[in-house]
Design a protein around this ligand. Sequence first.
Ligand SMILES: *[C@@H]1O[C@H](CO)[C@@H](O)[C@H](O)[C@H]1NC(C)=O
Ligand SMILES: *[C@@H]1O[C@H](CO)[C@@H](O)[C@H](O)[C@H]1NC(C)=O
Length: 534
Amino acid sequence: MRASTASIVAASLLLGQASAALPPIVMKGSKFFYENGTQFFMKGVAYQQDAGAAGKTGTGGGSSGSDYKDPLADEAACKRDVPLLKALHTNTIRTYRIDPAQDHDACMKLLDEAGIYVISDLSVPAQSIVRNNPLWDTDLYERYTAVVDSLSKYSNVIGFFAGNEVTNEPKNTQASAYVKAAVRDVKAYIKKNVDRWVGVGYAANDDPNIRGDIAHYFNCGDQDEAIDFWGYNIYEWCGHKTLETSGYETQIDFFKNYSVPVFFAEYGCNLPDGAEGRIWEETTALYGKEMTSVFSGGIVYMYFQEENDYGLVKISGDDAKTMKNYDALEKVIAKVDPSPTDMDDYEPTNSPASCPEVSKNWKVKGGSLPPTPNSRVCDCMFSSLSCVPHEDTSPKDYGDMFGYICGEFPDLCEGINGDTSTGKYGIYSMCGAKQKLGYVLDQYYQAQGSSSTACDFKGKATLQESKTESGCEEALASASSNPTTGGSGDSETSENAAAPFGAGPARVGFVVGELAVGLYVVVAMAVGASMVLM
Ligand SMILES: *[C@@H]1O[C@H](CO)[C@@H](O)[C@H](O)[C@H]1NC(C)=O
Ligand SMILES: *[C@@H]1O[C@H](CO)[C@@H](O)[C@H](O)[C@H]1NC(C)=O
């Protein structure tokens, strides 16, 4: 369990005194509160230039663009835009791509003075959990925790999204296991390093085939591993609608027993007449009585008018010009008056959902997650190997090498793969690509009786002196006794653990090989691409 509300409030009071900034937001049950106990409803605007088409803004697409503009690092733009956000009664912005190496003090102060909180995504396109080849590894862990370090020191940061529309249809539900592992690890990192509550949630699209399972999956089980809030990117209400005809009523029904806060992480359908045709009836509904009993407000998509035509403000050069639909939204949102619940009077009764069963549309077993990235373990493992990739081997060649070994001898790759439907994950699946390739090459070499020809691969693999570095003994001993974690807990699965992934080798071999090749071809391409750019 988390710290009690009282201790959270006590901690935030201390912090508030120190910085005299906006009071932190806290969470109790399925609602957000200011620390004084008044309920907090998000009146948000998405604030990120070049965020892509609606519904494609996030991490899942694995878009190849490595360029992004950190919206909290451009003081001149913040000076230009924050007054317009404030005039729109905005109390929250959502940012999608932050560079933890940049200084955010100036923008965060401007926002703070304007009464505006921030909720931010943790990934960038080049470093994200990719929906078709998901993984959660040391590189991503470093990126995500660096964003936490750079933002959580500001009291007006509410929290983070560990993923945005990563799983977006039945064929990529596997990715949710890796996002939930990220939720678990970022929450643990915050608990250890930050003195107040800062939430970690997920932003989902609205796919009718998975919407129930995915909402339950992120909320189920051990609450140290579950999301703190659920963000919905929802474009159901276009033009004139009602709670019934928009489908909002179904959402109210579904989420009324959800145990953590729910809000719209993106909304603002631009049909039928584009951005300028938006009349914001849904905004009135969102802050009305029916919805505020279940939802904590929402975030309008988006501030910047771009090619996708979802903007409120047109930028040309240094100049920002509000659009007609900005004025329309201002009029509507000025009038909303959600009635807040008082924290002391609120006794949450909802409990976490049960984990969904593995089914045709949902391929993730609850209760077992990919391992926590640990670069020390990976380094230990790599120095202990006898056969490793040659230092001149290009990451572009990794795909073929993985493909051959994992395709022909799938059991040798157990330690680096993951199977979300059985919940079994290789303990080195969280390591870097070169380390994983080393693991696999060494497994192959050992399996071939350490014949020198088994560590060659046309010169792309080479022998090294195997070393157990000091302090590595324990990590390696537990690893060598069992290359996978999870999927156990009852005798039936422990027995299965003897066979690769507890299924028929032929079929599994194919799947594992395919996954491994796909995965490393993508990694290789990403690395290759950035090498060319440098
Ligand atoms: C609590 O704080 C918020 C934000 O500062 C403020 O709007 C609200 O009126 C306060 N509530 C009380 C009961 O003082
Ligand atoms: C709420 O409860 C109903 C009925 O028990 C269930 O069908 C639904 O899935 C639940 N929703 C959530 C979000 O837990």
